[in-house]
Design a protein around this ligand. Structure first.
Ligand SMILES: Nc1nc2c(c(=O)[nH]1)N=C([C@H](O)[C@H](O)COP(=O)(O)OP(=O)(O)OP(=O)(O)O)CN2
Ligand SMILES: [Zn+2]
Length: 124
């Protein structure tokens, strides 16, 4: 079994507003606007013999819900640590929030489905 790597993933969504202060005032990205975001949290590990699970999705969902609550229907620029709220920054922010509470966390992906854009932060 050691030749295999097992990963489990949980998706989530949130809607939020943001703007980019590095753009000049005439640029549309400098004005406040909103997006629907989607994310995927991935854990790796061996399934426990007594449950057959790497980690119960219910437990993963409970941790994601706490983080999602800090993002959903908010102005991301006002969230501490998200002063420049790119997909890249959001992925890092979510990873840093979940890392202490989700052992086995290997990656966080944040997507903007309407544009086909995503950023993935993977543990090196
Ligand atoms: N590397 C990155 N580049 C850009 C990011 C980013 O997070 N990382 N973000 C943006 C802006 O969020 C911009 O608002 C995206 O705009 P656009 O591609 O025009 O998408 P829409 O506004 O049309 O998206 P909808 O959600 O469909 O309204 C730019 N670059
Ligand atoms: Zn945007």
């Amino acid at each position: 079994m050691s030749a295999f790597v097992l990963e489990i993933s949980k998706d989530f969504t949130f809607d939020a507003a943001h703007h980019f202060s590095h753009k000049d005032a005439a640029h549309p990205f400098s004005r406040m606007h909103g997006h629907s975001f989607a994310g995927t949290v991935t854990l790796s590990g061996a399934p426990a013999s007594e449950s057959g699970m790497v980690r119960d999705f219910w437990e993963i969902d409970a941790q994601i819900a706490k983080v999602r609550d800090q993002l959903d229907h908010r102005l991301l620029n006002e969230v501490e640590g998200l002063e420049h709220p790119s997909l890249e920054a959001i992925a890092r922010w979510v990873f840093e929030k979940l890392d202490p509470v989700l052992p086995g966390l290997v990656s966080v992906e944040i997507r903007r489905p309407s544009c086909g854009e995503k950023a993935v932060l993977r543990r090196a």
